[in-house]
Design a protein around this ligand. Structure first.
Ligand SMILES: [Zn+2]
Length: 192
């Protein structure tokens, strides 16, 4: 599994040109059918249907799904929606309030928060490393009242640093950058 840009045409072009490399062995990825279509929930009632491209490595022959950065692995909600929940929690809101704000069931929101909380320290460490690598003059956010809030702050800081360093990427929302940096696994049990 590999995260790619949202623009399917651009993904096709890069696949055809052999510009995408295998996360396992750095061989070239070529087109290999499609993964199943899925409908992802965005802000409010909005929906986004995606049919991720499947690719196969020319060297190790392993197939990889190319997940658009708007998505998170095995989550039906877009990264930006989950990200808004995490930011609200870091600012002190409870799951029930956040659920009402986002129009999601409280149990769903509680699940995201619990999962993020269980790995907050690791997220904080990984994204601090990214921030220090990327920013020309890195300012690591000051410690806040919880590891959860620290992790959210550093994810946002790293995303901003990525945008400053590579302005040609254009306006990539913070949580899409976070999804890309964690290869879509921000809330998944295993990390790369
Ligand atoms: Zn490979």
């Amino acid at each position: 599994m590999l995260t790619v840009e949202v623009d399917a045409g651009s993904v096709e072009r890069r696949l055809a040109a052999g510009e995408l490399s295998c996360p396992g062995c750095s061989g070239r990825l070529g087109p290999w059918g499609w993964a199943r279509r899925r409908v992802l929930r965005g802000s409010g009632e909005s929906m986004l249907a995606v049919m991720p491209r499947r690719s196969r490595c020319s060297l190790c022959l392993v197939t990889h799904v190319l997940l658009p950065v708007v998505a998170l692995l095995r989550r039906a909600d877009l990264a930006e929606v989950v990200g808004r929940a995490l930011v609200a929690k870091a600012r002190g809101s409870g799951a029930r309030t956040i659920a009402a704000l986002l129009g999601r069931p409280p149990d769903t929101v509680r699940g995201w928060l619990r999962r993020f909380d269980s790995r907050a320290e690791m997220v904080r460490r990984v994204f601090t490393g990214l921030l220090v690598d990327v920013a020309p003059d890195p300012v690591v956010p000051a410690a806040m009242c919880s590891v959860f809030a620290d992790a959210v702050a550093v994810v946002l800081g790293a995303a901003r640093a990525v945008l400053i360093r590579w302005p040609r990427l254009g306006e990539v929302p913070a949580w899409q950058a976070a999804s890309a940096a964690s290869n879509g696994r921000l809330l998944s049990p295993s990390w790369p």
